[in-house]
Design a protein around this ligand. Structure first.
Ligand code: COA
Ligand code: MG
Length: 291
C-alpha cells in the first residue's frame, strides 16, 4: 500500500470521487475536517459508504475522533460492523492509546459477530508534545497495529509555534524530529512507516520533492489530501525499473561471489546492509505489483 487519501466524511461530493482516484486506501475522516455540527452526519455517511464499497476499490479506513473527545466510541459503534479495513486514531500519546482502542474493538467485533482482530489500527502519533517521548512504545502494543504516521499541524499548535516551516518552506527542527521518530517507531514496531500530508495541494513540485525525500529516508507510503496527489504518490513509492535493475545487479553480484560479506559493483564497495536493502526493494516492487 502506497497512497492513503483523506476524505472528509461529511462531503458527498468528495466521497463520490473516492473510487476513481487510484488511491490504494482512503481515510474517511470523522475528526478535524468535520465540523462539530456534522459529526453525526459524517458517521452515517461513513457507514453507508462502507456498506456499498466495492471489493475492487480502495481499502476503506476511518479516522475516529481522539480519545479525549466524547465522540470516539460512537464513531466506532457506527462503523465497525461494516468492516472497515482499519481505524486511524488521531492524537495518540503512546502505545497505551492503541491498547485502549483495541480493547473497545474486541468488544464491538464480538457484538457484530466478526472475527476478533479483523479491524486494523494506525495512528497519527506526533500531534501532542508528550507524544514525542513515546514513539518507541508502539512496538508490541497490539497485533492490530499496521502503520504509524505523523502530523505537523496539531503539533505546531500544541508546541505554541508560529509556524512549522522556515522561510524556504522546510520543516523546522521539532517537526523533522517528529518525522524521524515516527519512521524509527514504525520500523521498530514492524509496521508501515506512513509519511504525513502536504497541505499546499496546488504546489506539485513541493509535493514531489517531499515524497522523494520520504522514499529516500525509508517511508513506504504517504497520505494525500487531494486526488491530484495520489498518482504522484503511487509513482514515487513504486520502485522504478531502473531501481529494480540496480537492486537485482547487487543481489546477483553477491550470488556470483559466493559466501562473502563484501563485493564491488561499478567501483563501489557493497556489504551485507546493501544486500538487504536491495532484497527489500525487490520485495517492495513485487508487493506493489500484486496490489
Ligand atoms: N477526496 C476526494 N475528492 C476530492 C478531495 C478529496 N480529498 N479533494 C478535492 N476533491 C474533489 C473536489 O470535490 C473537486 O471535485 P469536482 O471536480 O467534482 O468539483 C475536485 O476534487 C477538485 O478539487 P479542488 O477544487 O481542486 O479542491 P477543493 O477546493 O474542492 O478542495 C480541499 C480542497 C483541501 C478542501 C480538499 O481537497 C479536501 O477536503 N481535502 C481533504 C481534507 C482532509 O480530509 N483533511 C484532514 C486530514 S489533514
Ligand atoms: Mg490532526
Amino acid at each position: 500500500m502506497r497512497s492513503f487519501l483523506f476524505i472528509p466524511a461529511d462531503s458527498d461530493k468528495k466521497l463520490a470521487k473516492a473510487g476513481s482516484t487510484g488511491a490504494d486506501a482512503i481515510i474517511l475522516d470523522l475528526e478535524d475536517s468535520v465540523a462539530l455540527s456534522n459529526k453525526e452526519a459524517a458517521r452515517a455517511n461513513a457507514r453507508d459508504y462502507l456498506k456499498s464499497a466495492s471489493a475492487e476499490g480502495p481499502r476503506v479506513c476511518v479516522r475516529m475522533n481522539a480519545l479525549d473527545t466524547p465522540f470516539w466510541e460512537s464513531d466506532l459503534q457506527a462503523v465497525i460492523a461494516r468492516r472497515p479495513f482499519a481505524i486511524m486514531i488521531p492524537k495518540t500519546i503512546s502505545g497505551d492509546c492503541v491498547k485502549t482502542v483495541a480493547a473497545k474493538l474486541d468488544l464491538l467485533e464480538r457484538e457484530a459477530g466478526i472475527e476478533a482482530g479483523a479491524t486494523r489500527l494506525f495512528c497519527v502519533a506526533t500531534e501532542t508534545a508528550a507524544s514525542l517521548f513515546n514513539l518507541g512504545t508502539y512496538a508490541g502494543s497490539s497485533a492490530r497495529l499496521f502503520a504509524l504516521t505523523w502530523g505537523a499541524e496539531d503539533l505546531a499548535t500544541a508546541l505554541g509555534a508560529r509556524s512549522n516551516k522556515d522561510e524556504r518552506g522546510v520543516y523546522t527542527e521539532p517537526y523533522r524530529l517528529a518525522r524521524t521518530l515516527t519512521l524509527a517507531g514504525a520500523v521498530a514496531a514492524g509496521v508501515i512507516p506512513l509519511d504525513g500530508v502536504y497541505k499546499d495541494f496546488r504546489d506539485e513540485a513541493g509535493f514531489v520533492a517531499e515524497a522523494r525525500e520520504a522514499v529516500r529516508d525509508g517511508f513506504t507510503a504517504k497520505m494525500a489530501i487531494h486526488p491530484a496527489q495520489v498518482p504522484i504518490i503511487n509513482r514515487i513509492f513504486t520502485p522504478s525499473e531502473e531501481d529494480i535493475a540496480h537492486a537485482r545487479s547487487i543481489v546477483e553480484a553477491f550470488a556470483r561471489a559466493g559466501d562473502v560479506g563484501v563485493v564491488a559493483v561499478d567501483g563501489v564497495m557493497l556489504d551485507i546492509p546493501h544486500l538487504k536493502q536491495a532484497q527489500a526493494l525487490i520485495a517492495r516492487a513485487e508487493a506493489a505489483r500484486s496490489l
